[in-house]
Design a protein. Structure first.
Length: 322
C-alpha cells in the first residue's frame, strides 16, 4: 500500500536527516537522552517567505539559514547543539525539487554542526512557505550566558562584522550594487552562528545575546535587562571590507548598518579589565571580536557617537517582527 502524500514526502526528503532519538520519524514523538550533568537549552524561530527570506532564494540556503538562526540563539547562551524539531508549511503545488533542495541544505549543515532532526510536522498552507524550528542544546549547569548582567563600566563587545546582512538583503533586492566577491549576499543568506565563541565566553561574558534585529536595538535589550545604558563609538563598529566600501560610497547607509538585522553575531558585556582574556578566548574560538563601547549609568538607552564624539541620530531602532 502506498504512503499518503505527507508521509511519502517525509520518507523521501526528511527521514534520512533523522538521528537515533527520532525513531526513524515513525512515531508521534522522539526519545532523547540528555547528557549527564548538562542543562537543556531550548529555542524556537520561524521564517516566512517574503519576510525572513526572499521567495526566489535557493532552497538549499533557506534550509541552512533556518538551522543557523536557531543555532545562533544557542551560541548566545554558550550552549552546544543537540538536535531539532521542525514544522514545514508548504503551499499546494510546491515542487518536489524545492523540498529536495531544502532538505539537502539541512543535511549539509547537520554534518557541519553535528546534529540531526528529531521530528516535527509537515502541513499545507494557502499562504507563503512558513518554516518553524525548535532547537535543543545543552550547557553546563550555571554556565549559560544570559541577557541580564551588564553593569555600568563594563565593556560592550561584538563578534565578526556588523551590517553585512542588511546590506546583503539590499543587494539581493537590486537596491545596492553587489560586491565582487558576493560577500554581502552570502552573509544574508548564510549567517555564521558563533557556537565556539559562545562556549568559550562561559564564565567571562557577563551578559550576551545575538545580533538578529540590529546592533542598536539588540544592545538596548542588554541595557534593559541590566538596568543601565550604553554608549557606542560608531567608528569602532567592525565592518567587512565590502560593507566599508558600500558606506564610503554612500555614507547614508551607515544608519542601516547600525540598525539592520540578520548579522547573527554575538553581542556581549565583559568587565573592563578582562580585555586580554576576551581576546584570548575569542582567538581560541577562531572568531574576531571588537570592543565598541561601554555600559553606563542611567536610563536603558543606547547612545551612538559619530565623528568628534557628536551624537549620531538614527531614523529607526531596528527590525520589528510585527
Amino acid at each position: 500500500m502506498s504512503l499518503p502524500g505527507e508521509f511519502a514526502l517525509i520518507a523521501r526528503h526528511f527521514r534520512s536527516l533523522a538521528g537515533p532519538g527520532a525513531l526513524d520519524l515513525l512515531d508521534d514523538a522522539a526519545l532523547l537522552d540528555v547528557p549527564p550533568g548538562r542543562q537543556l537549552v531550548l529555542t524556537a524561530d520561524a521564517m516566512v517567505a517574503g519576510v525572513h527570506f526572499l521567495p526566489d532564494d535557493p532552497p538549499e540556503t533557506i534550509g541552512r539559514k533556518l538551522l543557523r538562526v536557531n543555532l545562533s540563539d544557542l551560541a548566545a547562551m554558550g550552549a552546544a547543539p543537540l538536535g531539532y524539531l521542525m514544522t514545514v508549511a508548504l503551499p499546494q503545488g510546491t515542487a518536489d525539487g524545492w523540498v529536495a533542495g531544502f532538505a539537502a541544505g539541512l543535511a549539509a549543515d547537520q554534518v557541519a554542526f553535528g546534529l540531526s532532526v528529531l521530528g516535527g510536522d509537515t502541513v499545507s498552507t494557502p499562504g507563503p512557505v512558513t518554516l518553524s524550528l525548535t532547537m535543543l542544546g545543552t550547557v553546563a549547569p550555571g554556565a549559560a550566558l544570559r541577557r541580564a548582567g551588564a553593569r555600568p563600566g563594563d565593556a560592550v563587545w561584538v563578534s565578526g562584522t556588523i551590517g553585512d546582512g542588511a546590506l546583503g538583503l539590499r543587494v539581493l533586492q537590486g537596491r545596492l550594487a553587489a560586491d565582487a566577491a558576493g560577500h554581502l549576499a552570502q552573509r544574508y543568506r548564510l549567517p555564521e552562528p558563533r557556537l565556539a565563541l559562545g562556549q568559550a565566553l562561559a564564565g567571562l561574558a557577563l551578559a550576551a545575546m545575538d545580533v538578529s534585529d540590529g546592533l542598536a536595538q539588540d544592545l538596548g535589550h542588554l541595557c534593559r535587562a541590566g538596568g543601565c545604558g550604553a554608549v557606542v563609538e560608531a567608528a569602532a563598529v567592525p565592518l567587512s571590507p565590502a560593507a566599508r566600501a558600500a558606506v564610503m560610497a554612500d555614507p547614508a547607509l551607515l544608519p542601516l548598518v547600525l540598525t539592520g538585522g540578520d548579522d547573527y553575531e554575538l553581542l556581549f558585556a565583559a568587565a573592563p579589565d578582562q580585555e586580554a582574556a576576551v581576546l584570548a578566548r575569542a582567538a581560541s574560538a577562531g572568531v574576531a571580536v571588537t570592543r565598541i563601547g561601554s555600559f553606563v549609568a542611567g536610563p536603558a538607552e543606547v547612545a551612538l557617537r559619530g565623528e568628534g564624539g557628536r551624537p549620531l541620530a538614527l531614523p529607526r531602532g531596528g527590525w520589528s517582527h510585527f
